[in-house]
Design a protein around this ligand. Structure first.
Ligand code: NAD
Length: 256
């Protein structure tokens, strides 16, 4: 379905980003990966799906590197047709204890990076009159939790940016939507499970059950594969007129 299209997925060496990259690769898209840590393993996973793959190590906190990443994708595959703004980090602390440098990093990586990547990718999408921008926000783009001030502010901002991006392209073949997961068991969330287990002196399984029970009525994690299927739908022709939506896949979290 996406043969001949190129998808740039930020933060795709792990977790949700890797899941979305795999889902788009399985539809035939060329994939440009980004992120830190092990790169060879995730790239091999994408290649195994038969997709052409490239990697750029831009730091999403640095606008000049974000521009270099978009240009790398364009020079490698000729275009950025699908931009998935996924890279993100978390820090958990009350506002009075929140390190200001963590606030700045979360706003830069979880919010401003999507603005920068979009402003560099949009002209090419408009020139070709086809494009998809998927902003991986969160249920925390729709509702709040204590001790996540920067994350909640960034994700609410990302949902707002999604709407503006969609409106500015509304008469074109370029759409922009946000994906808003509840809990997904990735390294980002495992750190929060570990912190809960340590704080309460309970096992990993008990901490996981507590984490889900506090917020997610289904008591189930959303999977990267489920999010991948949503991304594929939004990139399909059936998604042509889905514009500015913040689509939660959160086990009922935001319904409460
Ligand atoms: P993860 O830690 O598994 O993956 C994060 C990815 O971002 C990694 O590839 C990492 O290398 C990359 N990254 C981090 N900082 C970067 C930087 N400065 N520049 C470039 N890449 C960077 O986390 P995840 O859970 O897969 O999170 C992915 C996205 O999904 C994030 O935006 C997160 O907020 C969002 N999200 C996650 C959950 C969840 O429950 N896991 C829920 C809702 C939303």
């Amino acid at each position: 379905m996406l043969k001949g299209k190129t998808a740039l997925v930020t933060g795709s060496t792990s977790g949700i980003g890797l899941g979305l990259a795999k889902a788009l690769a399985a539809q035939g898209a060329n994939i440009v990966m980004n992120g830190f840590g092990d790169v060879d393993g995730p790239m091999a996973d994408i290649k195994a799906l038969g997709a052409a793959v490239s990697y750029h190590g831009a730091d999403m906190g640095k606008p000049a590197e974000i521009e270099a990443m978009v240009r790398h994708a364009e020079s490698t595959f000729g275009a950025v047709d699908i931009l998935v703004n996924n890279a993100g980090i978390q820090h958990v602390a009350r506002i009075e204890n929140f390190p200001p440098e963590r606030w700045d990093a979360i706003i830069a990586i979880n919010l401003s990076s999507a603005f920068h990547a979009s402003r560099f990718a949009l002209p090419g999408m408009h020139a070709r009159n086809w494009g998809r921008i998927l902003n991986v926000a969160s249920v925390h783009g729709l509702v709040a939790s204590a001790e996540k001030s920067a994350y909640v502010a960034a994700k609410h901002g990302l949902v707002g940016l999604t709407k503006v991006t969609a409106l500015e392209s509304a008469t074109t073949g370029v759409t922009c939507n946000a994906i808003c997961p509840g809990w997904v068991l990735t390294p980002l969330v495992q750190k929060q499970v570990d912190a809960k287990a340590a704080a309460l002196g309970v096992s990993n399984a008990e901490a996981t059950a507590l984490l889900l029970g506090e917020k997610e009525p289904s008591l189930q994690f959303t999977t990267p594969e489920e999010l991948g299927a949503l991304a594929v739908f939004l990139c399909s022709a059936a998604g042509n007129n889905v514009r500015g939506v913040a689509w939660n896949m959160d086990g009922g979290w935001a319904a409460q």
